[in-house]
Design a protein around this ligand. Structure first.
Ligand SMILES: Nc1ncnc2c1ncn2[C@@H]1O[C@H](COP(=O)(O)OP(=O)(O)OP(=O)(O)O)[C@@H](O)[C@H]1O
Ligand SMILES: [Mg+2]
Length: 247
């Protein structure tokens, strides 16, 4: 069953549609990669799903509910988590404190007093710390983490909120080869229990994690399929021709 469904989604700026009649559907438990050349409209599409930007036309359904007109904060409460292209962690806080901030419900300042409330158990906390590989870094200041560790911290922070759908924009950008490999292990661990949409340019990373790949071009869906189907698709080949190529 589709947990996320975009129908004919369009976003127009000054008479130019950067997302145009975009149809995109993701099933529960799936790890979907969304690729496409620079400017294809990938980040804008994530903005439209999370309510950061408003649709010009079309609809977005999450878990059967039309969320097209909801506010960003209300969409987040429904269980849509987002990791941005640039990490957003609190550099002056420790890794543990960053995780605890993420655990906290956003309903009031006193929730901060005890982060382990409601369904947010210590077990959940420990599982995510382990998944992010930051168990021996908990008391270190986040500002001293490597680029890869900072990305994993932010992924962990999003996971602390138990999102039902996790959207990630270029999670491996700037990572070393080893860091990228570890990130693919994290994602493979997450799929099944979580639904993930991963926007990526790094095709070797996409190759290592993807089941189904969606290719976006000029604001619309160009092709969808397995990696080998995508690689052999004539339109995809044409779009990537003369750029870095799909390899
Ligand atoms: N606020 C805005 N006003 C006008 N045009 C915009 C705005 N935001 C994005 N665009 C344009 O929309 C198009 C799609 O941008 P978007 O960032 O969604 O692409 P992308 O697929 O994420 O690209 P990249 O792979 O480079 O991150 C681009 O041509 C961009 O210049
Ligand atoms: Mg982008």
């Amino acid at each position: 069953m589709a947990i996320l469904e975009l129908k004919e989604v369009t976003k127009t700026y000054n008479d130019f549609s950067v997302v145009k009649g975009f149809n995109f559907s993701v099933n529960q438990g799936e790890l979907r990669c969304l690729i496409g050349p620079n400017g294809a409209g990938k980040t804008t599409s994530l903005d439209l799903i999370t309510g950061r930007q408003k649709l010009t036309s079309g609809t977005v359904h999450f878990d059967g509910k039309n969320i097209s007109k909801l506010l960003e904060k209300d969409i987040a409460v429904l269980g849509v988590g987002r990791k941005f292209q640039v990490p957003a962690v609190f550099k002056e806080l420790t890794v543990r404190e960053n995780f605890e901030v993420a655990l906290t419900d956003k309903i009031g300042p006193f929730q901060n007093m005890n982060p382990f409330t409601k369904n947010r158990s210590r077990k959940h906390f420990n599982e995510i710390v382990e998944l992010a590989g930051l168990g021996n870094r908990l008391n270190d200041t986040a500002g001293f983490l490597s680029h890869g560790e900072t990305q994993w911290l932010e992924i962990g922070m999003v996971l602390m909120q138990k999102p039902r759908l996790l959207l990630m924009d270029e999670p491996t950008a700037g990572m070393t080869e080893q860091e990228t490999e570890k990130t693919s292990e994290i994602f493979k661990e997450l799929k099944g229990d979580h639904t993930l949409v991963v926007v990526e340019h790094d095709m070797s990373f996409v190759r290592s994690i993807a089941d189904v790949i969606s290719v976006m071009h000029q604001g619309s869906m160009l092709a969808e399929g397995t990696l080998s189907e995508i690689e052999q698709h004539p339109m995809v080949k044409e779009v990537y021709l003369g750029t870095e190529g799909i390899h």
